[in-house]
Design a protein around this ligand. Structure first.
Ligand SMILES: NC(=O)C1=CN([C@@H]2O[C@H](COP(=O)(O)OP(=O)(O)OC[C@H]3O[C@@H](n4cnc5c(N)ncnc54)[C@H](OP(=O)(O)O)[C@@H]3O)[C@@H](O)[C@H]2O)C=CC1
Ligand SMILES: CC(C)(CO)C(=O)C(=O)O
Length: 310
């Protein structure tokens, strides 16, 4: 099967690495600047202290002609519409589209553009970031896909076989949208908590007020998710995990924030938008959105001021 990965950043780059290592037929859709970097270095993956350079086939939107069997969409939510326009030529009658992103809005955008028979519901877990030197840093090796057809006509079996390589674990579920909402609850709660308190789950759990803060954050996100998705509340396991003093972990938004990179605040803005829709008060979520947006503006201003003057 032919696989197109849209975006070769933290998630797309690592997935391309794992699938290429597993002998799959992988192409990445990238912009020109990234294509030039890939031509010189290949994908650069730093994993457990060593960096590997992985040659990978790449295309830009201008030379995308072929239809692919699988399209994995690995872009941030604020770029989903441009990405859809760019990869549309790669989508044929039987193409399976697999979204990697966080939130639910991007899944809706893909379903609207391509139909439920082409889009696979997917909750994807991994821990990778793009460092300042452009290398994909693997914080924790391995990828976990929880996938399911949104419409019975998608042939999930062949996709599962294709994703079955070392380092990728796949679970098929009947109701993939539930998994997507559960992951949205998880990422929102952990991002709000770690970005506000500026520490990992272990750091926060070790503080006398940490568990109380974690509970308040989960109260907010759980209420919004229940009101928006219609799913029953189910955050008991999450509350327990957020009390784990040995879990020295934080989500990608926190890793980006503390490293001075742009963090994907749009995922939290999406959650805050649902809160407003249902008139739910979410002071902690709102505070995290402001804190991350302020940091993002600093990152953009720094970029502008470091550009050479004409
Ligand atoms: N990082 C992680 O550990 C995890 C992240 N996620 C989610 O996955 C999604 C992607 O995140 P992540 O990979 O970290 O983000 P990154 O910013 O690291 O990577 C996104 C990449 O997409 C590229 N891109 C965007 N639009 C296009 C386009 N039209 N054509 C080609 N390339 C494009 C960007 O290229 P350019 O630089 O040229 O703009 C960038 O390299 C997010 O929603 C995130 O929340 C999910 C699980 C774990
Ligand atoms: C769900 C989680 C936390 C890990 O895959 C994630 O998506 C992220 O860190 O962005």
């Amino acid at each position: 099967m032919s696989i197109l990965i849209v975006g070769a950043g933290a998630t797309g780059g690592y997935l391309a690495d794992r699938l290429t290592a597993g002998g799959r037929n992988v192409t990445v859709l990238v912009r020109e600047r990234t294509q030039q970097r890939l031509a010189v270095h290949g994908l650069q993956i730093r994993d457990r202290g060593t960096t590997r350079n992985v040659p990978v086939r790449s295309v830009t939107r201008d030379d995308l002609r072929d239809v692919f069997d699988v399209v994995i969409v690995a872009v941030r939510s604020d770029t989903i519409e441009t990405a859809i326009a760019d990869f549309t030529p790669a989508v044929g009658a039987d193409t399976m589209i697999v979204p990697v992103g966080n939130g639910v809005a991007h899944v809706t955008a893909l379903r609207t553009a391509f139909g439920d028979h082409r889009v696979v519901g997917a909750a994807v877990e991994m821990a990778t970031s793009v460092a300042a030197d452009g290398v994909v840093d693997v914080t924790q090796p391995g990828v976990r896909f929880t996938i399911g057809a949104l419409d019975g006509s998608v042939g999930i079996g062949s996709l599962v076989a294709e994703l079955d390589v070392e380092g990728i674990d796949v679970t098929v579920v009947d109701d993939a949208l539930t998994a997507v909402w559960r992951k949205f609850l998880f990422i929102s709660s952990t991002a709000v908590l770690t970005c506000l308190a500026r520490g990992t789950i272990a750091d926060i759990a070790a503080d006398d007020n940490g568990a109380g803060l974690a509970d308040q954050v989960v109260d907010e996100t759980e209420e919004v998710v229940a009101a928006t998705s219609g799913l029953p509340s189910d955050a008991t396991a999450l509350r327990a995990r957020l009390r784990d003093r040995s879990w020295d972990w934080a989500p990608s938004m926190y890793r980006d924030l503390v490293a001075g990179r742009r963090a994907e605040v749009e995922v939290l803005r999406e959650m805050a938008g649902y809160a407003r829709l249902h008139s739910i008060r979410t002071p902690l979520l709102d505070a995290a959105v402001v804190a991350i947006a302020v940091s993002n503006r600093r990152v953009s201003n720094r970029r502008v001021s470091s550009r050479p003057q004409r």
